[in-house]
Design a protein around this ligand. Structure first.
Ligand code: ARG
Length: 465
């Protein structure tokens, strides 16, 4: 018998005499999650088979039947007609076994190949596609934020430090901060894809093959940028997943911060934005509630994405070279991270399209003259008073205003001059938000002209009109 199999049909069963333990089968199988690799697995097999044909391991007829069989299996899986078998452990053996059952030449497909270099190849192919989708989703969210910024250039809000009102900014300027963060995320994801773009196939189980495999041919077929140069490393390297996990965790942290701002802003206490009904939920008990659940879940998913990164790091720690079965634990973390990131990017973008600023509430918050205390100090600096003295003078003025129960901008000039005789009227004539913003002209600052220019710059970068 040429396609020798073990007592219970396992494809590696030649040297085994007893059936595998049921509980052990259930514990070790991965098909329930790694079937997600089926398209990559079949693409890898098609390329490998074409290479085996080229080096003369397969005849033209054998290659044709393997190809036909693999394409038919792919269609069946696409249509949900394929029967996955738990006892065949994983996606690789399910597909190979189904192939050989219908095309005897399938028994030659695994020549010079191991599931170790196979799964590493599948994972890299899968991740390259996933990163491409993530990059597009990041761009989409950036575009939505830039549009939102465009609509809120004239909406002024307090900028915060320590969640205490600091100085005025435009809502646009605040939103563009997230566009910057997402740009760095875009760079990190791009970088991750570069290091995933290396072909492990041809590394065999751990030491290549005695057969004259043409790795360069396979590289071209599968569209990898490079070929791995150490078989031990290639079958056991998961750096690319960890880098993806790290880039994803940082992206998730950024989305979580944006989510937190939106949760605060949509609360009755702030009231700066209204999130559309389609993206909020009610309470089963309190009829008046409108909850920002999407933002909360985006914030919540940061925990699992960060957890997945730590799980992957711990998975690798202490693994001797080369492949170890531990590595099978990588996939669920990878998929879970990818799903959380994609869901968060898409839903965040959709929610922001349906979110509007509430200009009256923003205007009321930004009308607080204390937001311009720093501008008063700058005015005193302009008339020659050292900044530390200016800071002290304005600080005393704030205390006097508070004690007298008047807003800072209504404190009489005589009170200012009582604090310090040097104070000139023009120095403390600064309590106008529009003028205050217009004066902040340097690169990176929130003057309307700057913000408009930034929106224009992003529109170019993102290819928007
Ligand atoms: N399901 C396995 C994994 O995910 C495939 C490789 C198995 N290799 C082995 N020698 N048992 O890692």
């Amino acid at each position: 018998m040429t396609d020798k199999q073990g007592p219970d049909g396992a494809m590696w069963g030649g040297r085994f005499r007893e059936r595998t333990d049921r509980a052990m089968q259930a514990f070790t199988r991965s098909v329930q999650f790694d079937k997600r690799f089926y398209r990559q697995d079949i693409a890898g097999s098609l390329a490998h088979a074409a290479m085996l044909r080229k080096i003369g391991v397969l005849t033209a007829g054998e290659f044709a039947s393997i190809r036909r069989g693999l394409l038919a299996i792919r269609r069946e899986i696409d249509d949900g007609r394929f029967e996955w078998k738990d006892e065949l452990e994983d996606v690789h053996m399910n597909i190979e076994s189904a192939l050989t059952a219908r095309e005897p030449a399938g028994a030659k497909l695994h020549t010079g190949r191991s599931r170790n270099d196979q799964v590493a190849t599948d994972a890299r192919l899968w991740l390259k596609e996933e990163v491409a989708a993530d990059l597009a989703a990041i761009r989409q969210l950036q575009a939505v934020l830039v549009d939102f910024a465009d609509r809120t250039q004239d909406v002024h809000i307090p900028g915060y430090t320590h969640l205490q009102r600091g100085q005025p900014v435009s809502m646009a300027h605040h939103l563009l901060a997230y566009v910057e963060m997402l740009e760095r995320d875009h760079g990190r994801f791009t970088d991750t894809a570069k290091r995933a773009d290396v072909l492990p196939l041809g590394s065999g189980a751990l030491a290549g093959s005695t057969l004259p495999l043409d790795r360069e041919f396979v590289r071209k077929e599968l569209g990898f940028a490079a070929i791995s140069h150490n078989s031990l490393d290639a079958v056991s390297d998961r750096d690319f997943m960890i880098e993806y996990g790290a880039a994803a965790a940082l992206l998730a942290v950024h989305l979580s911060r944006l989510a937190e701002d939106l949760i605060l802003w949509s609360s009755a206490e702030f009231g700066f934005v209204r999130i559309g009904d389609a993206f909020t939920t009610g309470s089963s008990l309190m009829p008046q509630k409108k909850n920002p659940d999407i933002a909360e879940l985006v914030r919540g998913k940061t925990g699992r994405v960060t957890g997945n990164l730590v799980a992957l790091l711990m998975l690798m720690k202490g693994l001797p070279l080369s492949y170890n079965r531990d590595l099978q634990e990588d996939k669920e973390r990878l998929f879970d991270t990818a799903d959380a990131v994609m869901g968060s990017l898409e839903l965040m973008a959709a929610m922001l399209v349906a979110t509007e600023a509430v200009p009256e509430r923003c205007a009321a918050a930004v009308a607080d003259p204390l937001l311009l205390a720093t501008d008063a100090a700058d005015g005193l600096v302009r008339q020659g008073i050292p900044f530390r003295h200016a800071h002290e003078i304005v600080g005393q003025a704030v205390a006097r205003a508070e004690a007298a129960g008047v807003p800072l901008d209504q404190l009489g000039l005589e009170v200012w001059q009582e604090i310090d005789r040097r104070v000139r009227p023009e120095a403390v004539d600064c309590f106008d938000v529009r003028r205050a913003l217009a004066a902040r002209k340097m690169i990176g600052a929130p003057s309307p002209g700057r913000v408009r220019a930034e929106i224009g710059r992003w529109r170019k970068v993102l290819g928007l009109k």
